[in-house]
Design a protein around this ligand. Structure first.
Ligand code: SF4
Length: 464
């Protein structure tokens, strides 16, 4: 007889049940970087609403996100908002527009917030040369000074990053770096149009450590064309040599209807469901055996990493930039397509760099859509965050925090009962706990609470 499921305890292994992963993994669910997911925000939300949102910011701590959209080459699997260009004049225009945006947003804030986190994402932030990186960092610091213990991180593509850039970043106060690797296999790299050697990646990791970066993250991706379990294990061998503090293991989301270039992959080149799950399963087992802890959605970290400590202490949080130890803070975001979050209100900038820059040059804020949450949205967003960060949630506690919400859960009951029957969650009165078996299926565990998802289940990529 199978043992009854238990809630996740500290140090528990991740439960891997191939049949359940296969069943739930093929059902499309949102990624929940926000609640409600971005496809439910309103395009009637514009400059006026954005102003209102920024005016209410300043009294809470804030994180800053800057989107650098430029790339040297197109990786065919890419799902980001980016632009392949060699135009120096466009980069100059971007930097000037960014300064305008920083001026405009900071002028609206009700007070100067404590800046606890800065993240440069892209695109490829290291598309910018050392002088341009310094100009960008100085522009932020001049308007929104960083607090002494700040988490300052940057995403880099090792093939377009120099040792000199790492030195510059260290001098500018950056102390965390995230490197895109995906797969070291040359056949896969050729097919996805992204070449980078182990050696250049290793040299940058060593340089970052020598320059005092306290955390190195490596992004890996399973489900890419021509990947095999055997070859991906070799990539994991090399990753073990690098011993990054954190590893993000993402599943490739194949949505050629939204990302046209992904149509360059022939369906027969992509791993099927069984191979995809074998890649996931073997990678997770390998990372756990190497001493990494599953922090939550797609993320692993060494046991002494601050993310693991924050999870154990119940202080782990998640925002657009991923998992963070920064307690509840607003997000002020700059650059094309960047998303700010101020007290639960989302504000998204124009997506194209030209549109975004033009709006700023004309004296406007570049907001084109967003969402002002209802109390029910806030409660459900907090619920999903708890599941992702603490692996448990107390509905009564949320009802007390957001009065009048989460009253009628009849719709959710059927799905919750199914999750419980399948051993993904445990329920004790108003408390819901994720079991080890549910850890790789957190999005599926969260989905029943998403009232928006019922209407658009087909628009998202599968859960795994
Ligand atoms: S470097 Fe990153 S953002 Fe640029 S094309 Fe490749 S995956 Fe996309």
């Amino acid at each position: 007889m199978q043992a009854p499921p238990q809630a996740v305890q500290r140090g528990d292994p991740v439960g891997i049940d191939r049949a359940l992963l296969e069943r739930y993994g093929r059902i499309p669910v949102p990624r929940y970087t926000s609640y409600p997911p971005a496809n439910h925000w309103e395009s009637m939300f514009g400059e006026l609403e954005a102003r209102e949102a920024f005016c209410s910011a300043g009294t809470r701590a804030a994180s800053i996100y800057v989107h650098v959209p430029f790339c040297r080459k197109l990786c065919y699997y890419c799902g980001c908002n980016m632009l392949v260009t060699r135009s120096e004049s466009l980069v100059e225009r971007y930097l000037r527009a960014l300064e305008l945006e920083l001026d405009r947003v900071t002028a609206l804030l009700s007070a100067r917030p404590e800046i606890v986190q800065v993240h440069l994402g892209g695109g490829t932030p290291t598309y910018l040369d050392p002088d341009q990186l310094a100009r960008l960092a100085d522009a932020i610091q001049a308007r929104l000074p960083w607090s002494p213990g700040i988490e300052a991180s940057i995403e880099i593509h090792p093939a377009v990053t120099s040792v000199e850039q790492i030195r510059t970043l260290a001098r500018l106060g950056f102390n965390r770096v995230s490197m895109g690797v995906q797969d070291f296999d040359p056949t896969v790299q050729k097919r996805i149009n992204r070449r980078q050697s182990f050696e250049e990646t290793r040299d940058l990791v060593l340089e970052a450590r020598m320059r005092g970066f306290v955390s190195v993250n490596v992004d890996l991706m399973y489900g890419l064309p021509l990947q095999t379990v055997e070859h991906f294990q070799r990539t994991l061998d090399r990753i073990e040599e690098l011993r990054p503090d954190r590893i993000a293991l993402f599943g490739y989301a194949h949505v050629p209807s939204m990302k046209k270039h992904q149509g360059l992959f022939r369906p027969e080149e992509l791993p099927g469901t069984a191979e995809r799950l074998a890649l996931l399963e073997s990678s997770v087992q390998r990372l756990l055996a190497a001493g990494y802890v599953h922090v939550g959605l797609d993320h692993f970290a060494l046991e002494d990493d601050e993310l693991c400590r924050a999870r154990a202490a119940g202080t782990l949080r998640r925002n657009f930039m991923g998992y963070t130890t920064c307690a509840d803070s607003d997000v002020l975001a700059f650059g094309p397509s960047a998303i700010s979050e101020v007290r639960g209100t989302y504000v998204q900038n124009a997506r194209e760099v030209h549109d975004w820059a033009e709006m700023l040059e004309k004296g406007r804020l570049p907001a084109v859509r967003g969402h002002r949450p209802s109390d029910e949205d806030l409660a459900r967003g907090a619920l999903i965050m708890r599941l992702f960060c603490s692996l448990e949630v107390d509905l009564d506690e949320l009802r007390a925090r957001f009065p009048g919400t989460l009253c009628d859960l009849r719709h959710e009951e059927r799905d919750l009962a199914r999750l419980e029957r399948d051993g993904l969650v445990l329920r004790q009165r108003a408390r819901i706990r994720v079991t080890p078996r549910g850890q790789l299926l957190l999005r599926s565990v969260a989905a029943p609470f998403d009232t928006y998802h019922r209407a658009d289940a087909r628009l998202h990529a599968p859960a795994l």
